[in-house]
Design a protein around this ligand. Structure first.
Ligand SMILES: Nc1nc2c(ncn2[C@@H]2O[C@H](COP(=O)(O)OP(=O)(O)O)[C@@H](O)[C@H]2O)c(=O)[nH]1
Ligand SMILES: [Mg+2]
Length: 283
């Protein structure tokens, strides 16, 4: 497989108000990279726009899933995609311009300078967030609690703005995170830190979204509590499970091109995981 270089990934669900600017800004960055979007069949025209860009811009790739399957499962699919296509590094960010695309080169630069993973942080020295009210309280409380209990070498646990060297993060470590919604981010960084990987934080200014609305369901907070407790109670590093090979990349149940481990020996495609289907996919 030909080695590819950098991949930038954003999950999308109804981001019509920002998607055009986001793509234009990323394509004009001084670092050359491919772009991947995992779109969950947006209802506001985002899907159509993404597909029209991908038809003319070879650096832009789009995977459209049949419905809203969760931000965490979209990230896992992006990691699998990056591995399967042989990219050497990945940057992930939100599509609502809360994360400034201009921070992406700084994240890649941290990888070049020796980090295995780089995190765009609101909570390290110099970081800022525009959140106010409930969202500010929620993100500050979640991150303070995580810092107190999990004792990872980071101040920011819940962001999607991250970069990673794919040769340094063991295959399957992220792809098998058992969370399809927002708790994915905390579980993912905990696994990475417990693996002993070098994590660098760069301070960022996090903007509140200017357009569209948050897709974070209220249930996400409740769903995050058991995930947090599991991380607090079981501090052993996770045994990376590898990634599916060859034919296992094709889900025979629904035709999805990628499957991932949810437990040792148990494979599910990301769509079936997202729809809560029980048991492994079988032909
Ligand atoms: N593909 C996909 N993307 C999602 C889903 N939920 C949220 N997103 C995207 O994930 C990013 C973060 O979501 P957002 O609503 O901004 O969450 P918030 O910043 O926590 O309020 C945005 O780019 C969303 O479009 C989902 O179920 N599927
Ligand atoms: Mg947002």
């Amino acid at each position: 497989m030909a080695q590819k270089d950098k991949l930038i990934f954003a999950p999308t669900y109804n981001e019509q108000g920002t998607i055009e600017t986001l793509i234009a800004e990323i394509l004009s960055l001084p670092v050359r990279s491919d772009l991947l979007f995992v779109d969950d069949n947006s209802t506001d025209g985002t899907t159509k726009y993404l597909l029209s860009v991908a038809a003319t811009e070879p650096r832009v790739h789009v995977i459209v899933r049949p419905g809203k399957l969760g931000v965490g499962s979209a990230h896992k699919l992006a990691w699998l995609y990056a591995r399967v296509h042989g990219y050497s590094s990945i940057v992930t960010l939100d599509a609502d311009l809360s994360h400034d695309p201009q921070d992406v080169p700084r994240l890649f630069a941290e990888l070049d300078a020796g980090a295995d993973v780089a995190v765009g942080s609101r909570f390290c020295a110099g970081g800022r967030t525009d959140y106010k009210g409930w969202r500010r309280f929620l993100s500050q409380t979640a991150n303070s609690l995580a810092r107190l209990v999990l004792r990872l070498p980071v101040a920011e646990h819940t962001t999607a703005l991250r970069a990673a060297r794919l040769d340094r993060v063991p295959p399957g470590l992220v792809e098998s995170v058992n969370a399809n919604s927002y708790s994915f981010f905390m579980t993912c960084i905990t696994r990475i830190a417990r693996e002993g990987l070098i994590i660098k934080e760069i301070p960022i200014h996090f903007h509140d979204r200017a357009r569209g609305s948050s897709k974070m369901p209220r249930a996400a907070v409740a769903q995050a509590i058991p995930a947090f407790l599991r991380l607090a109670l079981n501090r052993r590093p996770v045994k990376p499970l590898g990634i599916p090979q060859g034919a296992e990349r094709q889900c025979p149940a629904c035709g999805t091109p990628y499957r991932t481990f949810v437990a040792p020996d148990e494979l599910l495609c990301l769509q079936c995981m997202g729809t809560g289907l029980q048991g492994p996919c079988s032909p």
